[in-house]
Ligand binder design. Structure first.
Ligand code: GN1
Ligand code: MG
Length: 367
């Protein structure tokens, strides 16, 4: 937790009138540190979300925040145009007293604040099909809102983020170095990745052949990156915009599927609990295609399921790469945490492939 002195300096930089009455760790993100700040201002409580941007992961927090501002302004206009509530349906960046979108402390760390959206929660597991339909609609709508955003003006906050082909090359390099001498502890997992280069190259090769377009995508569509209304259960706002960059529709679909249809947590040790819930798959697909509002091409829709397999494979490989490197990227609670995570995602690849016929039938219903 942050020192009181640091918190006071941040509050001062943001010129927040009122007394800081609470600061607690918030959310379950694997990358940035997130703190919920509660201020008492004239007797009413105001909540803000403070985050320290992880500089190991995001090398240019200034460019990242320029992206966030441009994206949120664009979405804000879209929300207003359809009579929505721009205070709730888009991330609201709070500016410092100097008008900056972030604050740099004396250690050179970058901090940013966004408004907390009252009466919303983020969830870690899906409880009903309707809820996952809503999730799909929200992520589809997000892509639709950004379909006319000028992609070339965005910075790549993480180069080659979902370039699975490039990540495969990086994995082999890290494996050859085996800096922590951990390769011997995960021979089966390594063999799996090396044997499935077809999944590593699938999307990038298809793109190179001109089979589908580059779009502006979220790129981190896991369940807890969506705020849901506590009373109505309706999706309110897509959050965690750090990785919004040019990307593929199949990736946004796939990342949410590999996460939300999984019957176990991402770090479940018992992989026999990892199953793909097809009812949830159906609900998300329905919502996502509705939310995209006709913007996807028939070919994109057809290969949405392949995107899910590829992104489960990619994430599994990212977890294992980080395990081999000694856990530099993802936050971990114990030494094999990334290996455990890699195993659940490998199991998801198997599950998604084993259910391919049923999944293709779902796509057939909504295309
Ligand atoms: C990270 O930051 P968070 O927890 O929403 C990661 C995603 C992974 C996810 C796996 C910038 O997301 O790519 O899919 O963990 N974000 C980044 O849980 O690497
Ligand atoms: Mg997140």
């Amino acid at each position: 937790m942050l020192s009181e002195d640091r918190l006071n300096k941040i509050s001062a930089a943001y010129g927040i009138a009122g007394e800081l009455v609470g600061a607690e760790d918030f959310g379950n993100g694997h990358i940035n540190d997130t703190i919920l700040l509660r201020y008492s201002i004239g007797g009413t409580e105001k909540k803000l979300v403070l985050q320290k941007i992880n500089k190991y992961v995001f090398h240019r927090p200034d460019e990242l925040m320029q992206n966030t501002i441009a994206i949120t302004e664009h979405i804000r206009r879209k929300v207003i145009a359809v009579g929505g509530d721009p205070e709730r349906e888009v991330v609201n960046v709070v500016y410092t007293a100097n008008g900056d979108a972030f604050f740099i402390d004396e250690d050179g760390e970058y901090w940013r604040i966004t408004r907390y959206i009252d009466n919303t929660v983020s969830i870690e597991t899906v409880s009903t099909a309707e809820q996952f339909y809503e999730t799909g609609r929200a992520f589809g709508n997000f892509q639709s809102q950004l379909s006319d955003f000028p992609a070339e003006t965005l910075y790549y906050t993480i180069p080659e983020f979902h370039d699975t082909r490039a990540r495969f090359g990086y994995f082999k390099k890290v494996l050859a170095e085996d800096a922590m001498n951990r390769a011997a502890t995960c021979a089966d997992e390594i063999a799996f990745f090396l044997g499935r280069e077809d999944l590593a190259v699938y999307l990038m090769d298809g793109y190179d052949r001109g089979e589908f377009p580059l779009r502006v995508t979220h790129n981190d569509t896991k369940l807890n990156n969506l705020m849901i209304d506590t009373d109505t259960g309706k999706a309110v706002c897509v959050i965690d915009l750090d990785t919004v960059m040019p990307g593929f529709a199949m990736t946004d679909f796939g990342d949410a599927i590999r996460c939300g249809t999984c019957t176990a947590h991402e770090d479940e040790r018992d992989v026999s609990k990892v199953r793909c819930d097809l009812e949830l798959y159906d609900a998300f697909t329905h919502g996502f295609i509705d939310g995209c509002a006709g913007k996807l091409t028939p070919h994109e829709i057809e290969i949405l399921p392949k995107g899910a397999v590829c992104i489960a494979y990619e994430l599994a490989m990212r977890f294992l790469t980080d395990y081999l490197l000694g856990d530099l990227y993802f936050k971990t609670d114990y030494p094999e945490h990334n290996l455990v995570r890699a195993r659940t995602q490998i199991q998801m690849v198997h599950e998604l492939e084993a259910n391919a016929d049923a999944i293709n039938a779902i796509i057939g219903k909504y295309k």
